[in-house]
Design a protein around this ligand. Structure first.
Ligand code: MN
Ligand code: MN
Length: 467
């Protein structure tokens, strides 16, 4: 190749490359330290409630205080509100007025799982089970024959709540959903993946040991209920007002002989949630604009509900902060920027035909910028404007953040959405970005450490931006 062509190529054509090949290389020690913290965060927070509690614990350790309406806020103050134990909003008050807008990173901390039904307990053929109703987009065949834990609360009519935790403590038993043996699975194997495992067969096996005399009935169910009563003081009717969630009983671990990846349940979207949180907690100096971190619930079922990103809880939090500075909320919002941080699909060479390689996010190419999400002609997407994408490009380039383009799959191959639209609908300039994930929504998802760390760096750049 002539020097002239080489030079022209460098000048005119995109030079996106693997994050490990970037100028200056990778700070492996910093990346590994960050990922160790992330793995611990995942293990501590397998449900939105546990994740919110862990978030509050980490934030308080860094000096964050619960915000109470009417409280004075001044530059340098660190405050948070935990919304009903399931979503957290944190702010590090900047030196500039809230009238200049705030820098937001928003992610979600709920993940696909199996929720218990309100009347879940039954016995069949002298085996006891819990009936479940799945939450979020799962591929049902992936949830059978894997060990599961059960977490959540039972709210009692006396106003108290009992925390249920089966499987997290060492020595705890686990639960499982059974599947057919191949010897008898010939007919089932002919069915499409999506219908081979019907939702009503996702029943958690709880016990098999009867109590009492042979002539009694329902003895296994009763024995299981007695165990639950002995440990938690609950009765069968208390399930009605319980939120109990079955999640994979597996902790985060390194993947690959080179340990370059992390396998875990719930990367979507705790991988961005942790990046948004950790970057905020690591801010050493008071930021120019107020830095806001949102960790929302209910994204996997549409962001509706009182703890979802469509809830007025966020507006209330921001309005309270604005009131403290005498700033109208709308003035703050129209000057604000939000990085809606959610995972994207990583290019998977085993399933190449659903991706469009030129626009797909690849492992180790950094945080994926997603101008639009949506399906069928971008429907449901907020479709960030070109100026906003340019703003983030500049922000990331200046901070040395490795980033790439991320479109979720081929045109009309499917699609997805996230909280971005609900932030943009509030008149907040918003762009989607996040970590590419392999096997997204599976009980065990995989991400690259490099992408996790670059996402953290990206979040920090957002919080530290002066404009
Ligand atoms: Mn997500
Ligand atoms: Mn998701």
């Amino acid at each position: 190749m002539s020097d002239e062509i080489k030079e022209l190529k460098k000048q005119l054509l995109s030079t996106k490359k693997n994050g490990y090949d970037q100028d200056g290389g990778v700070d492996t020690a910093a990346m590994e330290a960050y990922c160790d913290g992330y793995k611990a965060f995942l293990d501590a927070g397998k449900t939105e409630r546990l994740c919110a509690a862990e978030t509050v614990r980490l934030a308080e350790k860094k000096g964050y205080k619960p915000y109470v309406r009417g409280m004075d806020v001044k530059p340098g103050d660190k405050v948070y509100v935990c919304n009903r134990g399931k979503a957290v909003m944190l702010a590090h008050i900047g030196t500039k007025s809230l009238a200049e807008g705030v820098q937001i990173a928003a992610a979600h901390i709920d993940s696909p799982r199996l929720d218990l039904k309100p009347n879940p307990l039954y016995e069949d053929s002298e085996l006891a089970y819990f009936k479940t109703h799945y939450y979020g987009g799962i591929r049902k065949y992936q949830w059978v024959t894997i060990p599961l834990e059960l977490h959540g609360v039972a709210a009692l009519t006396n106003g108290t709540s009992v925390t249920v935790n089966i499987g997290a403590d060492s020595g705890d038993p686990r639960l499982v959903i059974t599947d057919l043996l191949p010897h008898l699975g010939a007919e089932q194997s002919k069915k499409p993946l999506g219908s081979a495992i019907p939702g009503e067969t996702l029943n958690l096996l709880l016990g098999s040991r009867p109590m009492g005399d042979e002539e009694d009935t329902g003895r296994v169910k009763l024995a299981v209920m007695k165990l639950l009563h002995d440990k938690y003081g609950i009765t069968e009717d208390d399930f009605t007002s319980a939120e109990l969630e079955a999640v994979p009983a597996v902790n985060a671990m390194d993947i690959g002989l080179d340990r370059s990846m992390i396998g875990a349940y719930g990367h979507d979207d705790r991988v961005c949630g942790y990046a948004a949180l950790k970057a905020l907690l690591d801010l050493e100096e008071t930021p120019a604009k107020t830095a806001v971190c949102l960790l929302a619930d209910k994204e996997e079922i549409g962001s509706d509900g009182v703890t979802g990103m469509q809830s007025a809880a966020f507006d209330t939090f921001m309005e309270d902060l604005c009131d403290a500075q005498g700033v109208p909320l709308r003035v703050c919002f129209e000057k604000s920027f939000c990085l809606s941080a959610d995972v994207t699909a990583a290019y998977d060479p085993d399933y190449a035909d659903v991706y469009e390689k030129r626009n797909a996010a690849c492992l180790n190419y950094g945080i994926g910028l997603c101008k639009y999400t949506g399906a069928r002609g971008k429907s449901g997407a907020s479709d960030a404007d070109a100026e906003t994408v340019a703003y983030v490009r500049r922000l990331f380039d200046d901070a040395g953040v490795v980033w790439q383009i991320a479109e979720l799959g081929k045109v009309d191959a499917g699609g997805g959405g996230t909280v971005a639209a609900y932030m943009a609908n509030r008149n907040i300039t918003t762009l989607d970005a996040g970590v590419p994930v392999l096997s997204m929504h599976a009980p065990f998802e995989t991400v690259a450490k490099l992408d996790c760390y670059e996402t953290y760096k990206g979040m920090k750049a957002v919080y530290q931006a002066e404009k």
